[in-house]
Design a protein around this ligand. Structure first.
Ligand code: ZN
Length: 289
């Protein structure tokens, strides 16, 4: 089976279209087929074309997970948990969506499972909010899913967290807000969340930590007797220093192919300027940060 994994489109329809064209090219070059497209959430937020992105994802994707920005835009998350530019963007995005699109975002699940794969936006422990940026933060999450593979988005950075299948795992407990930050707030989103009163630090991993790998080669294959959490990177707002749209092709017979696609960044930035959206969010698209 062959799956396409999209995450963090963020209303950037130019980037989404470029990715879909790249998938078409892949299919015809490889003389192959794609069985399903999955989306790990944050279809909207920051970008200028939320409706187009929701419509396209709802038509094309077999599994779609809720992201924090999807639920913020429709008022399912309290905007007090966002600050500044993220809250303004959520309000603007909500105003653009049709009633049908709002209902679609509202009913999205926080987690899904398909065969041997678990899907969540942030993490399996805290699907909406947790950023997996380090082995310390990622390790307790291996107790929170029962499959070999887990796919997450949210950090906008392509990442792999690898754990031996027989590693002793800490019991999985719900995380406090403080614990969510212990693995490191995503620097690119440092303005996104505020934790007004931080409770005590929750216990984190005490045993061996998982290994963090930054995917550098296109194809990555899971070593035998391991489990893995994989982040494909972001379609519409990459934050790993590479401005090209990121996505993943998961071929169950071959492995995980991390792909990057150039898109018309200037066109997205022009739309954002015309609509009066955040100049800072537009500018960072140039650098992928
Ligand atoms: Zn996001």
């Amino acid at each position: 089976m062959r799956y396409v994994i999209l995450a963090d489109i963020h209303g950037n329809y130019e980037a989404l279209i470029a990715v879909l064209r790249d998938i078409e090219a892949f299919v015809s070059e490889q003389r192959t087929t794609i069985d399903q497209i999955w989306c790990l959430g944050d279809i909207v937020g920051y970008g200028p074309q939320p409706s187009e992105c929701v419509r396209t994802v709802s038509e094309l994707c077999a599994i779609v997970i809720a992201g924090n920005h999807d639920w913020a835009a429709i008022g399912k998350l309290d905007l007090d948990e966002f600050t500044g530019v993220a809250a303004n963007s959520a309000e603007w995005t909500g105003e653009q969506l049709t009633p049908k699109e709002r209902i679609y975002l509202r009913q999205l699940p926080e987690r899904e499972r398909s065969g041997d794969v678990t899907l969540a936006h942030g993490s399996p422990l805290n699907p909406i909010w947790e950023y997996l940026t380090s082995p310390v933060g990622a390790t307790p999450n291996f107790s929170a899913f029962g499959t070999t593979f887990c796919l997450v988005g949210h950090t906008h950075v392509p990442s792999i967290f690898l754990m031996p299948a027989d590693a002793p795992l800490p019991p999985s407990a719900p995380l406090t807000p403080r614990a969510l930050t212990a693995g490191g707030i995503n620097p690119g989103d440092s303005d996104l969340m505020v934790f007004p009163d931080l409770p005590e630090l929750a216990p984190l991993a005490t045993g061996p930590l998982c290994e963090q790998i930054t995917p550098t080669q296109a194809l990555w294959v899971l070593p035998e007797r391991h489990r893995v959490i994989i982040n494909p990177g972001s379609v519409g707002q990459p934050r790993d220093g590479d401005p090209r749209a990121a996505y993943l092709i998961y071929d169950t017979d071959v492995g995980f192919e991390f792909r990057r696609v150039e898109y018309n960044i200037a066109a997205t930035q022009r739309r954002m300027a015309e609509l009066g959206l955040s100049p800072r969010m537009a500018a960072r698209l140039t650098h992928g940060v």
